[in-house]
Design a protein around this ligand. Structure first.
Ligand SMILES: [Zn+2]
Length: 408
């Protein structure tokens, strides 16, 4: 049975209720794809033919988890970005075919192979920084065939790269142009046709809805959730990004894994997240790109001990970001989160947001051996620097995915 023994490591275990769960001069044994032993270096188990990695004091963390991304899509929105900065109004941009519908059109026009090829550099960017699990949403197809196409590409990315990809159905992301003025009819189609078909192909790990004045109403969101739960699927939601429609409370009361964005969530509604063990997923990339000023209710989230996760929200419009290290820095700089909260946000709390916290997200005996070795000795370095990638080696389920920086 292949074994790997890490010695002389600074290990951020993320196994405690707060902070890093830091172990200095630690050792860690990986066996059969799992963490088999963890402790002080002087107590390390006797192993005869294990691969031994001397970390020389460097940092080990769990593999990073991007728990909210729209990584698969066609085209880009660089022209729109440029037009806006040259002074074009939103109406002009929409008139010239910009906005989310341009991404829907490009995604519908692309083949599976084209979507796969376009997603590759984005996924590689995440993986280069130690990501081992990525959630990928549909939501730019907006009909059965195209939503299924997106989710197949997400599945293929997971199998080709041997990483964990969680596939989220987001049929209720935007109203497709052919349903203009008939949003209830579209939600009906999502519920009776699109979601059941994607689910029947085994392509749905969770169901998401965008509840917002520019997307779907509270009642429409609740209807999609009821359909998802009738199929036994977990739910999550884009809520309170631009206004407070009460989506977070509605989703939490239905047992949502997470509520995402939540800049406009009222502090008085945070208790509902705590009561229902719903994770708050914060997305500073979109906050930055949209130059938002309304901060998520950090004080109330901390008071109620609501787990806070962070994610890239990688998408072509509001968050063309594929760096979780940059997201960690943005969370600290823009939201005043601590570096420990930021690291928890992309490890254990991201795992919770995906319903996977018993398997991944921390370094604990029995969990899957998704482990990153970093060329730093303190975990705060991961949030502090911008533009340096200190990822030295990545182990995924006990196998080396990259090991260029093992020795130095
Ligand atoms: Zn999103």
């Amino acid at each position: 049975m292949p074994q790997t023994l890490f010695i002389n490591a600074t290990i951020a275990c993320l196994d405690s209720e707060s902070g890093y769960g830091l172990r200095e001069h630690g050792a860690l044994l990986v066996e059969a794809g799992k963490i088999a032993w963890l402790g002080a270096m002087q107590d390390q188990p006797a192993v005869s033919d294990a691969e031994v990695i001397d970390c020389a004091g460097r940092l080990l963390t769990p593999g990073l988890i991007d728990c909210h991304s729209h990584l698969v899509y066609g085209g880009d929105r660089a022209d729109e970005f440029e037009m806006r900065l040259e002074g074009a109004s939103y109406a002009e941009i929409a008139q010239r075919g910009g906005g989310i519908i341009s991404t829907v059109n490009a995604t519908r026009a692309a083949s599976e192979a084209e979507l796969f090829a376009q997603a590759l550099p984005r996924l590689n960017s995440l993986l280069a920084e130690g990501v081992t699990t990525v959630e990928i949403k549909s939501g730019y197809g907006l009909d059965s065939g195209n939503e299924i196409k997106m989710l197949r590409v997400a599945r293929q990315l997971g199998s080709e790269f041997q990483i964990r990809v969680q596939k989220t159905f987001l049929g209720a992301h935007a109203l497709p142009p052919e349903y203009a003025g008939r949003s209830d009819d579209y939600i009906e189609r999502v519920c009776v046709e699109m979601l059941p078909r994607a689910h029947a192909e085994g392509l749905v790990d969770a169901v998401d809805v965008f509840i917002e004045s520019i997307a779907f109403s509270l009642e429409q969101g609740a209807k999609v959730f009821a359909c998802a739960q009738a199929l036994g699927l977990p739910i999550k939601a884009h809520v309170e990004q631009l206004s407070d429609l009460g989506g977070a409370v509605m989703a939490a009361q239905r047992g949502a894994l997470s509520v995402d964005h939540i800049e406009y969530l009222a502090a008085t509604d945070v208790a509902s997240l705590a009561q229902n063990e719903t994770v708050a997923v914060l997305l500073p990339g979109a906050f930055y790109v949209l130059r938002e000023t309304q901060l998520p209710p950090l004080t109330a989230l901390r008071e109620h001990k609501v787990p806070m996760a962070l994610a890239s929200d990688a998408n072509p419009g509001s968050s063309p970001v594929t760096s979780l290290l940059l997201i960690m820095n943005m969370a600290c700089t823009l939201f005043r989160m601590t570096p420990a909260e930021a690291l928890r946000g992309v490890t254990i709390n991201a795992a919770r947001a995906l319903g996977l916290a018993t398997e991944i997200g921390s370094i604990e005996v029995g969990k899957q051996a998704d482990i990153v070795l970093w060329n730093v000795t303190k975990p705060s370095m991961l949030s502090y620097q911008i533009g340096i990638n200190p990822c030295a080696a990545v182990m995924q389920a006990g196998n080396w995915r990259s090991q260029a920086g093992l020795s130095r």
